[in-house]
Design a protein around this ligand. Structure first.
Ligand code: ZN
Length: 133
């Protein structure tokens, strides 16, 4: 794994939260994007090399909705950039980690993504992401 690519934060209202983060960071988001397959709307902020992803549920069935019901708003996942997501998924599987999908999916911000179940990683949902070239 190369670096932390972004930190995902589950929010009730993207509109309210993006105003807060604009004021906090002193800059505007660079992208807002719906990920239909994950039932989320995302908004990204770039701070130097780092990114913050705000996530709002686009449906009551969204995992973001379930997360907020259970734990409230807050840090939802940590995403690591990888060069070869398929290879990294195989490595983690062989290390006994529980992956949430068998193959990479199309995620937000032009990435192939895969998630690692928080049960495997001390309560933290981990995302692997590889830039689509
Ligand atoms: Zn993410």
């Amino acid at each position: 794994m190369n670096k932390i690519e972004h930190i995902g934060i589950a929010v009730k209202s993207l509109k309210d939260a993006s105003t807060v983060y604009e004021r906090l960071l002193g800059l505007s988001s660079y992208k807002k994007e719906e990920v239909i397959s994950e039932m989320v709307i995302t908004e990204f902020f770039q701070i130097g090399e780092s990114k913050i992803e705000l996530l709002e549920a686009s449906s009551s069935d969204s995992s973001i909705n379930k997360f907020i019901e259970k734990r409230g708003e807050g840090i939802h996942h940590i995403a690591f950039a990888v060069d070869d997501i398929v290879k990294e998924m195989a490595r983690l599987k062989s290390e006994g980690f529980l992956l949430l999908s068998d193959s990479p999916k199309n995620g937000a911000d032009n990435k192939l993504v895969c998630f690692v179940h928080p049960k495997s990683s001390n309560g933290v949902l981990i995302e692997l992401c590889q830039e689509i070239k």
